[in-house]
Structure formats: C-alpha cells, structure tokens
Design a protein. Structure first.
Length: 114
C-alpha cells in the first residue's frame, strides 16, 4: 500500500526559503519518477517539479531557477528546496509519483506573506 507524508511547510516572507520533505512507502518508489504538486483552493492541482529515478529533474516555468527537487532512494524520501519564494507560491504542496496515483497525502501548507 502506498503512503505519502509531506512535511516542512510554514509561513515565510517573500524572498525566503523552505525545504519540503516527503516520506514515501511502496516498492515502486525506487523505480518511479516522483513529483511535487501544489494546489490553491478553487484551482486545479498543478505539477511543480519531477525527479527521475536517477535524479534528473524538470520544473514548471513558474518555479524554474528557484526550486530544486531531489530524492534519496535509500530512504524513500523526496525533497523540494524552495528559494526566493513569492506570494503566488502560496498553496498546499503534495508529493506523488509521476504520473500521479490516487494515493494523495495530506499535503503541507506553504504561505508566503509579509
């Protein structure tokens, strides 16, 4: 059974940084690309970044150059380092496999505000 648990969110001022973590269970973790997604109430969930099994990454244009996704396959962990945060980055952030499965976690709230 797949379980995804996100942590690390919080309130940060514009220009600040946060590091999100995701603990993933399930045997497919080691072979599957992983992604970070985010959702603002009333909007569809959007894909923010993807990391391949070997570490190669792709990013949404809105976060390119500011966010860095990484993974530790030995620990079944995925991370999202977020720098130069903007108010428009405010959202609930989720991790999931890529393509996403139905097994969404509770997410972690990121609020960027002065």
């Amino acid at each position: 059974q797949v379980q995804l648990v996100e942590s690390g969110g919080g309130l940060v001022q514009p220009g600040g940084s946060l590091r999100l973590s995701c603990a993933a269970s399930g045997s497919i973790f080691s072979i599957s690309p992983m992604g970070w997604y985010r959702q603002v109430p009333g909007n569809e969930r959007e894909l923010v970044a993807i990391v391949a099994r070997g570490g190669g990454a792709n990013y949404a244009d809105s976060v390119k150059g500011r966010f860095t996704i990484s993974r530790d396959n030995a620990k079944n962990m995925v991370y999202l380092q977020m720098n130069s945060l903007k108010p428009e980055d405010t959202a609930v952030y989720y991790c999931n496999f890529f393509p996403a499965t139905a097994a969404w976690g509770q997410g972690t709230q990121v609020t960027v505000s002065s």
